[in-house]
Design a protein around this ligand. Sequence first.
Ligand code: ATP
Length: 256
Amino acid sequence: MSSLLEATGISKAFAGIQALSDVNITVDRNERVGLIGPNGAGKTTFFNCLLGVLPIDKGAVWFDGQNLEGLPVSRRARAGIGRTFQRIELFDETTVMEHLLIAERICNGSGAFWKDLLGLGRPRPAEIQRCNEVLELLGLLHLGNEPIETLSLGQGRLVEVGRALMTNPDLLLLDEPSSGLDLEETASLSATLQAIQAERGFSVLLVEHDIELVAEFTERSYVLEFGTLIASGTTAEVLASPAVRAAYLGTYELEA
Ligand code: ATP
């Protein structure tokens, strides 16, 4: 059986900077895969190529047996690719539940976005139920009616994940979910992500600088450096490889 995601020979340049060179990455169903590499390695560019935010120069993205060439971002989301953002992109005064509703309605193309923002598109009972299910999964049910501005950064990151989950993705692209979190918040996020992935059974491609989170959460990993894959394999093998240690020299310590 073919992989859920097969990105083959992906290349992308920006005005002379080769951000990605012939990158091949696969993710199987229900698999948790890491994508790591130093700053500027091309990780975010790769996400944007998968999502259709950026056109690729060469290569192909196959998802669930379909070639995504030419499909806009919204169609890729409906095909089952969800994402979270590196920087939290939430509206301060809007409640947690409203964020989830808006995310779902945008993805479903049920439009009326501005009507929703103005409170004119009343949520249907089925929508509220879906929101509550996601909030319960994330341990945020008690915060559904709270404005985003009252949440901690860690809780805000979970709302980001919740927005992505509202569209029932088969593949979730997580872009540095631990960014800005302290050790305790990162550990809690990691535990929650593991629990929801086990319960919902979607695949994950995780871009993350926190190597401990990658080691704990992912089964397999790829390493990018200057737009080229320099290692791939089980996460334990990859993190132990001399090339990866050299690429990250001084930025993390591995336990013996
Ligand atoms: P970080 O870990 O710092 O987020 P990254 O691995 O995600 O880095 P990218 O943001 O994908 O790396 O950047 C890869 C390269 O492409 C870098 O040299 C970057 O400066 C360049 N780049 C990315 N986006 C653009 C753009 N829109 N225009 C020009 N250059 C870009």
